[in-house]
Design a protein around this ligand. Sequence first.
Ligand code: GPP
Ligand code: MG
Length: 292
Amino acid sequence: MTTAREATAASIQIPTQTVYQTRVADYWNAEENPVNLDLGKIDDLYHHHYGIGAADRSVLDEPDPALRKERITTELHRLEHAQAELLASHLGPLTPADRVFDAGCGRGGGSIVANLRYGCHTDGVTISTKQYEFANEMARKRGVDGKVRYHHRNMLDTGFETGAYAASWNNESTMYVELELLFAEHARLLRRGGRYVTITGCYNDTYGRASREVSQINAHYICDIHPRSEYFRAMSHNRLVPVHVEDLTAATIPYWELRKEAEHLVTGIEDAFLDAYKNGSFQYLLIVADRV
Ligand code: GPP
Ligand code: MG
């Protein structure tokens, strides 16, 4: 005979993640966009974010069709890599003994970039089993798996050691989580004086609420883009004090204008980004903060 208490304990399934998070993981487990895989293949740095800087549009004039595709792919990858380097440049100074945390690591490019720059230990987390397996395979291939590690974990509840990290970041992954919960976890993981960096797309409070284009981007990726104001409110509640803020909107437009011309790589979301940036409803922002 089972008691009521035992029956309850046995029948209640405590989910390891919400239904929403499972749907998001399903998206990333199935995702195989050429704009991510073909770019990453170039140097085994797989990025899941966009690009910044002036684009070399002469690649569009290449007369040989196969070479034209290859040159466009390479140019988009160069712009995405420049974005990853900009983010990494704000994490330091760091030593090879330092640990850093990559929240929403995707296929792992950002942690490799940080390790190459600083020689540091990295822990990346993703709720996609496909992504974390892929990322660990890339680290093994490079021979850096002793220092660069990816985990199948939730960025809001990592279980990692309190105060053990010198720096942490979100590269376009904040729009999948509640910012108060996210920054509480970063503040817990970072040591005092540690550095937090994010590059993100946010909606512009001066426009009002989320525009049609911002809503299209949300629907496309199953995410929930926050307003700019919410970042600063949630940081101030969680011991994160901004030290540098940069509007990268103008710097990312050339990437999207080139991507839109890349027939072999487009996913259909290019016009939504371009329209949202150009109508002022959406901003591409870098925020650097100190953990106090
Ligand atoms: C890009 O990943 C980033 C996201 C999905 C989060 C949304 C970002 C915003 C700035 C709103 P990706 O590189 O996998 O996307 P894509 O497949 O479109 O290249
Ligand atoms: Mg991409």
